[in-house]
Design a binder for this molecule. Structure first.
Ligand code: BES
Ligand code: MN
Ligand code: ZN
Length: 506
């Protein structure tokens, strides 16, 4: 397990550190504690703000070096202007971490006494800043044995302890505990996506998930002979060209008061590497297909987060793991396979493999668990990036109320979703002359025909499909994520559950 940034909550005017960060609003007004620092330094902070034309814009910062009258070697002043929402506070915390870590401090103090915390209590304000800082602090460098001097300069793992000064440190620490649990889930998802495929094939992925037993989850690993016995032929077909056998992992968290309460269910595409198979992909950028298990990574991270924060819900996480390779044993274009559901599929393109994996995983999920809902996550199509870019994930849903819950959770967390259509006319595009369906539609609407394919394996359950090809990896560095693997979806689904499925038990 990785070493998390150590975050402490301490009283205002507690011990100083060489690096101190204080907040100022867009009138360049300080909270009481920062004001005291300004006074003790004979107004250095306000003078510097004036000289630098600092206006307190959200996340903008100036640095005051070697101020007289206090121990700190530097004081960073960061603007909070317009900070209103939870996401604003996370981004502020992330930006604060960025400023501090860029200065290679090992310990630092963040003075969280805003002039006005907005709609929330001061402890929630401090906990949200801490959450943002923690999310920002993640980096993946386990395979770097040497660091050049230049790398040393930019090193982002210098900060070990961040002390957050705030009005109610005990209450803030309490509020932070569940956020930290969620962050651990995000980090697991990022780790899994960032790992190269030589280190993380289906077998190794399943082993990593087995370790979650120590966190209170039930974990079952179905191996290839189990999958054969269960007739998961669509999933097996994707893996048949690889020497590394497929796996399905079933994780369960039983946190609801009643053990028998219907579970919520999450299903993830876990293609550990997607070459395209016989319908092979072009070489350029193929390395990114190590992240084609981003859906499975999110499901694993979510299950860890739910367990770590002791969520009052019964939840099932299912991941379908396979490696899509071309070889003498590989699936061919034109092959017809019989899925676990009994429906037959004509494979016209072996690169449309994610839907084959999910067809069996979704069928198994609804058949075995009869869940309250199923959400699948998959890096399913390039077409979703043509439609939405990397800003929103595509949401396909057979239930309007459920779709609204997901949209609300997306707006709150910043893991945003945009609803896409499902309709009979699109469904017809995957009808096949030779089998019940084919695995590709025509030239247009590729993300939609992918979703229509999946819908044929869920039936009457409330269901949502999230196409995360644009968001799970390489979606751009942000204030709260500096990693290639983004951990997208863990905070979204954690929030969906917390806001809608923990209070009421049906
Ligand atoms: N894993 C890919 C989709 C993908 C592409 C994810 C780029 C992330 C980045 C998926 O298996 C795939 O190859 N989809 C095909 C489907 C097509 C053959 C119908 C695609 O999008 O081209
Ligand atoms: Mn593919
Ligand atoms: Zn794929």
């Amino acid at each position: 397990m990785r070493q998390l940034l150590d975050i402490q909550f301490v009283p205002l005017s507690g011990e100083a550190a060489p690096t101190v960060l204080v907040l100022a609003d867009d009138g360049v007004a300080f909270g009481s504690s920062a004001k005291r620092i300004d006074e003790r330094t004979k107004g250095s902070l306000s003078k510097a703000a004036g000289a630098a034309e600092f206006k307190g814009k959200a996340r903008s910062a100036i640095e005051v070096l070697a101020p007289a009258g206090i121990e700190a070697r530097r004081v960073i002043v960061m603007g909070t202007g317009g900070t209103k929402t939870e996401l604003d506070r996370l981004r502020l915390g992330g930006a604060a971490y960025g400023q501090i870590s860029a200065r290679k401090a090992e310990t630092a103090v963040l003075v969280a006494d805003p002039v006005d915390p907005g709609q929330v209590s001061e402890e929630v304000f401090a906990a949200d800043l801490a959450f943002g800082a923690l999310l920002r602090s993640y980096n993946f460098d386990k395979y770097r044995t040497k660091k050049s001097e230049a790398d040393e300069e930019e090193k982002h793992d210098g900060l070990r302890t961040l002390s957050i000064q705030c009005g109610k440190p005990d209450a803030a620490a309490k509020a932070f505990a569940s956020r930290r649990a969620t962050a651990e889930g995000v980090f697991l998802a990022r780790d899994l996506v960032n790992e190269p495929a030589n280190a993380l094939g289906p077998v190794e992925f399943a082993e990593r998930l087995s370790e979650l037993k120590s966190k209170g989850l039930t974990v079952e690993v179905l191996d290839d002979s189990d999958l054969k016995a269960m007739r998961m032929n669509a999933l097996l077909a994707v893996g048949q060209g690889s020497v590394r056998p497929p796996r399905v992992v079933v994780m369960q968290w039983n946190g609801a008061k009643s053990k028998r309460a219907k579970p919520v269910c999450f299903v993830g595409k876990g293609v550990c590497f997607d070459t395209g198979g016989i319908s092979i992909k072009p070489a350029g950028g193929m390395e990114d297909m190590k992240g084609d298990m981003g859906g499975a990574a999110c499901v694993a991270g979510l299950m860890l987060a739910l367990a770590k924060r002791n969520a009052a819900v019964n939840a099932v996480g299912i991941v379908g793991l396979a490696e899509n390779m071309p070889s003498g044993t590989a699936l061919r274009p034109g092959d017809i396979i019989t899925s676990m559901s009994g429906q037959t599929i004509e494979v016209l393109n072996t690169d449309a493999e994610g839907r084959l994996v999910l067809a069996d995983a979704l069928w198994y999920a609804s058949d075995r668990f009869k869940p309250r809902f199923i959400i699948d996550l998959a890096t399913l199509t390039g077409a979703i990036m043509v439609a939405l870019g990397k800003e929103y994930a595509g949401l396909f849903c057979n239930d309007d109320r459920f779709a609204k819950e997901l949209e609300a959770a997306g707006d709150a967390t910043g893991d945003k979703v945009w609803r896409m259509p499902l309709a009979k006319a699109y469904d017809r595009l995957i009808d096949s002359k030779n089998a019940d369906m084919k695995n590709i539609g025509g030239r247009y609407g590729g993300a939609i025909t992918g979703a229509q394919f999946l819908q044929r394996f869920v039936k009457d359950t409330p269901w949502a499909h999230l196409d995360i090809a644009g968001t799970a990896m390489d979606s751009g560095r942000t204030e709260i994520n500096q990693s290639w693997g983004s951990g997208w979806g863990v905070r979204l689904l954690d929030r969906l559950v917390a806001d809608n499925y923990e209070k009421v038990e049906k």
